[in-house]
Design a protein around this ligand. Structure first.
Ligand code: NDP
Length: 259
């Protein structure tokens, strides 16, 4: 059929074998206003998903939504490190948009500094946004996802969470924490058919890396920065697969090989 429910990509749910259309799916992308989250939102919208884009800056979230194909998407202002905001935002999403199929946790910050020079308030902000924020959004989304066949979560970690990096000890700890969290949550919810995976990017060209010198790519075997769209492709793979859970997918142009 060319209209309605069957338009879009048909997928099969891993547990039930039911066919599910991407068009019927609601995807929440935290950190969807810029960078990797914005690219993932675009790709998901192109696949026919309805998007709920979440970031602190409401204008930026609205602008990101306005740039998406389709007109059924919604923007939400929410700081993922604040439990009450997260709880209320996800309650509103469920009430106004329905059950969540996909959750992408791309909200993140960096505060690079040697540990001796790190400010305690920056350390707290890193852990609260990158690690606690992901835990809070997963918790807030899960109840809704229990009702959705083929539901899946992708958390965005980092290659430095796997390998470590001088000047990024706290950031790396926040991302390493996501690995244990993702694997454990995958075990907790597998019996309900929900999959949870971690994506670990290397140097990706976004606002976060705008201050880096071009010569950092000398350490990257592929010899260049990755583009947000290249990470988005991997996000889509993890969301749309049906038998991958509790895994870490590295998208880094080979950087990890050289670390
Ligand atoms: P950007 O800085 O381009 O975008 C970050 C996004 O997160 C924005 O939408 C921002 O919106 C949102 N955000 C930040 N803090 C919060 C918060 N407390 N609550 C809600 N939203 C928030 O970063 P990237 O796209 O580069 O990074 C995305 C993820 O990928 C991050 O977790 C990052 O650590 C990770 N990563 C990035 C790499 C890179 O090279 N770029 C490498 C490895 C990992 P707003 O400011 O309006 O809240």
């Amino acid at each position: 059929r060319e209209d309605g429910w069957f338009k879009g990509t048909l997928q099969r749910n891993g547990r039930t074998g039911l066919a599910v259309s991407a068009m019927s799916r609601l995807a929440v992308v935290c950190g969807g206003s810029r960078g990797i989250g914005k690219a993932a939102s675009r790709l998901l919208a192109e696949r026919g998903c309805r998007l709920a884009v979440v970031s602190r800056n409401e204008d930026a979230a609205r602008a990101a939504v306005a740039s998406l194909p389709g007109d059924d998407h919604v923007a939400f202002s929410c700081d993922v490190s604040k439990e009450k905001e997260v709880r209320e935002t996800f309650e509103t999403i469920q009430k106004t948009c329905g059950n969540i199929s996909y959750l992408v946790n791309a909200a993140g910050i960096n505060r690079d500094a040697l540990l001796l020079r790190s400010k305690p308030e920056d350390m707290v902000a890193l852990l609260h946004t990158n690690l606690l924020g992901t835990m809070l959004t997963c918790r807030a989304a899960l109840r809704s996802m229990l009702h959705t066949p083929g539901a899946a979560i992708v958390n965005i970690g980092s290659v430095v969470g796997l390998k470590g990096n001088a000047g990024q000890s706290v950031y790396s700890a926040s991302k390493a924490g996501l690995e244990g969290f993702t694997r454990s949550l995958a075990k907790e919810v597998a019996s309900r058919g929900i999959r949870v995976n971690l994506l670990a990017p290397g140097f990706i060209r976004t606002d976060m890396t705008a201050g880096l010198k071009e010569d950092v790519v000398r350490s990257v075997p592929l010899g260049r920065f990755g583009e947000p769209e290249e990470v988005a492709q991997a996000v889509l793979f993890l969301l749309e697969s049906s038998y991958v859970t509790g895994q870490v997918l590295v998208v880094d142009g080979g950087l990890q090989l050289a670390m």
